[in-house]
Design a protein around this ligand. Structure first.
Ligand code: ADP
Ligand code: MG
Length: 261
């Protein structure tokens, strides 16, 4: 990468206040500023309500910052981007469409080649363990399975930037671990830039090249922790002392700002 290349994305002096008609404005984000390199895996942890989803939605072009600037590859974000995949906290599938048809939605919106899109959809459905469920409808799936459909849908266009909002919160512990590993493999293969929001400190450390630690609302960046742990990462890493030091350091940060009771 040359120094002239813009970052994969950038937040600069971003504030967000939700205005309310009854005057009860909510300050959600204050003075957010950081850059993320192309191909970096950035994770964001913070207490509930500190503005993590807001941060992700602003980057996805689904909400607007009140002040400041947000750019993807040097271009100011003004709406949803073509090369950005989003996994929402709740999967919001279309009930009248089957699994395959749900995964294909972003490809249809962007008018991608149909044959190729179906091939990518099947590939990612297999990756998330849903081969054989293509013709099932959302109401025939468990919550965890619906969430995995949402993940396949975010990937169908092979986005160069993947934004994930607590994507594994609804999954049981074992599925969550295997999804973590799949995500790391995906990242190795595609080189995409990923921002993943979680309230699990171990998950943030396990996945991230850097962990953005946020304060309680209004959310600020308390610290950005470089995770100097070798890749490829395996589950054995979780039991190492080095890993534990990162986790407890971040827990201390959260405690210091009142983010953990
Ligand atoms: P997190 O994802 O970290 O739990 P959110 O970004 O969802 O936090 O919310 C941050 C704060 O902004 C919360 O106090 C929440 O109630 C408020 N908020 C979120 N979305 C809206 C909205 N659309 N209108 C008004 N307030 C909102
Ligand atoms: Mg949230």
């Amino acid at each position: 990468m040359t120094s002239a290349e813009p970052p994969a994305f950038r937040f600069a002096k971003v504030n967000k206040t939700y205005r309310s008609k009854d005057g009860g404005d909510v300050a959600a984000l204050r003075g957010i500023g950081f850059d993320v390199k192309k191909g970096e895996f950035i994770t964001v942890v913070g207490p509930s309500g500190c503005g993590k989803s807001t941060l992700l939605r602003i980057l996805a072009g689904l909400a607007r910052a009140s002040d400041g600037e947000v750019a993807i590859s040097g271009r100011i974000v003004s709406g949803p981007g073509r090369d950005v995949g989003v996994v929402f906290q709740a999967p919001v599938l279309l009930p009248w469409r089957n699994v395959l048809q749900n995964v294909l939605v972003p490809a249809e919106v962007q008018k991608r080649d149909r044959t190729r899109a179906i091939e990518r959809a099947r590939h990612y459905l297999e990756m998330v363990g849903l081969s054989g469920f293509e013709t099932k409808y959302p109401n025939e799936l468990s919550g965890g399975m619906q969430q995995r459909v949402g993940i396949a849908r975010a990937l169908v266009n092979d986005p160069s930037l993947l934004l994930m909002d607590e994507p594994f919160g609804a999954l049981d512990a074992m599925t969550r671990e295997s999804m973590n590993l799949e995500l790391l493999r995906l990242k190795e293969r595609t080189g995409s830039t990923i921002m993943l929001v979680t309230h699990s400190i171990p998950e943030a450390v396990f996945l991230g090249d850097r962990v953005v630690v946020m304060s309680p609302r209004p959310g600020r960046v308390t610290r950005i922790v470089e995770v100097d742990l070798p890749r490829p990462r395996t589950l054995k890493l979780i039991n190492t002392e080095h890993f534990g030091v990162y986790v407890s350091g971040i827990r201390d940060d959260l405690q210091a700002t009142g983010g953990i009771d």
